[in-house]
Design a protein around this ligand. Structure first.
Ligand code: AMP
Length: 359
């Protein structure tokens, strides 16, 4: 028997208050749901797209219980929600299953998890002391990257090591880390899929992603011949990951396209920055399909509607003059996230250009 659709007027709870939650909330509102957010006090930009918002810490069990008591289903927009907070919410209300957070919050866990499913990763070693670090450099060599196992995002908690001399100047940062060999890749790409409770899976096209300083800069279609040749293999890994986690909602896996095939980098158990283009560029956006999946509604098509797509992030002070973009040719679609605090390197918005003849 198919699971019952969540009736209009039901309430979707979202853990986390950032731009992903805001765009997810907008999709939920469009489908006739109410939205309640929960995040620690801060610049929570999804507040303005929510019917109600709990600004409470992740450790406040009573507040989490009060939040859950008002929701019919609870999801997240941020993968570093502490598991202890998620455990304060009845498991049956959560989608995706919190197992996905347990895997994705730890870089070692996620690599082991996908390796067992047949993925290739960059050579890596666990680092918990200066001695471990020296051994990792000896075994894996340089260049490489030292990353904290937990809580890293957008290039934070990462140290690039170009050569053995540089390695001597780097000390173990006191938190469990992973040292990875630097992958010599042609392009980065992500597989973004949606899976419903019955196990049906749909994929969006994989964009070529560029990063600067570890943070996503742009996502572009078409992604080029190498990505096209490797996307099936990457999708197979992503589908096995989603199946193994009994995943419901949108799941993202990031890969490096190398001459030797796709190399898994990391996963995000959520909607993803490299899928923002789907709002204007695909039959159904990642945000809407995430809501459809967790609400047991029929999934929407994921086909790309244009020959060319170009999504760029708007970072830091550039947001202050971003309205100028609207005067440019090619129907740019501007999204500003309403962040009060403009900080250098902070994602403030994005612009998507879609068309058959982009400049
Ligand atoms: P991550 O937070 O692991 O996604 O890293 C952010 C970005 O840093 C990636 O998207 C890549 O551009 C780069 N990067 C991370 N790890 C590696 C690696 N092992 N080899 C090459 N580039 C990497």
């Amino acid at each position: 028997m198919s699971p019952q659709p969540l009736p209009p007027g039901s309430t979707i709870g979202i853990l986390g208050g950032g731009q992903l939650g805001r765009m997810m909330a907008m999709a939920a509102l469009q489908l006739g749901y109410r939205v309640i957010g929960y995040a620690p006090p801060g610049d929570n930009v999804s507040t303005s797209a929510s019917d109600d918002f709990f600004e409470n810490g992740w450790g406040e069990k009573d507040a989490l219980a009060a939040f859950a008591s008002k929701c019919d289903v609870v999801t997240w927009e941020f993968e570093n929600v502490p598991l202890s907070a998620v455990e304060a919410i009845p498991e049956a209300m959560l989608a995706p299953h919190p197992k996905a957070l347990g895997v994705a919050q730890d870089r070692l866990n996620e690599k082991r998890f996908v390796e067992e499913l047949g993925a290739t990763c960059a050579p890596y070693a666990r680092v918990e002391s200066d001695d471990d670090f020296a051994r990792a450099i000896e075994r894996i060599g340089t260049p490489g990257i030292l990353k904290t196992v937990r809580d890293g995002y957008d290039g934070k908690g990462q140290w690039r090591i170009a050569n053995a001399h540089e390695a001597q100047g780097v000390r173990f940062p006191g938190k469990a880390c992973i040292y990875e060999g630097m992958v010599d890749f042609e392009t980065e790409f992500s597989v973004i899929l949606v899976r419903n409770r019955e196990g049906d899976v749909r994929y969006w096209d994989s964009t070529a992603n560029t990063h600067s300083g570890g943070m996503l800069d742009s996502s572009v279609l078409p992604a080029g011949a190498l990505v096209a040749a490797q996307v099936e293999e990457a999708r197979a890994i992503a589908a096995k990951t989603a199946d193994a986690l009994g995943y419901v909602g949108v799941l993202t896996l990031e890969f490096f396209a190398t001459r030797a095939g796709p190399v898994f980098n990391e996963m995000a158990p959520r909607v993803h920055n490299s899928g923002h283009w789907t709002i204007e560029g695909a039959a159904t956006s990642q945000f809407e399909n995430h809501i459809r999946a967790i609400a047991n509604l029929p999934l929407g098509g994921t086909e790309t509607r244009f020959a060319r797509i170009d999504m760029r992030n708007i970072v830091g002070k550039d947001a202050l003059t971003a309205h100028r973009i609207l005067a440019e040719e090619g129907e740019p679609h501007l999204h500003l996230y309403g962040k009060a605090e403009v900080r250098e390197g902070r994602k403030m918005g994005h612009v998507t250009r879609v068309g058959n003849h982009l400049p």
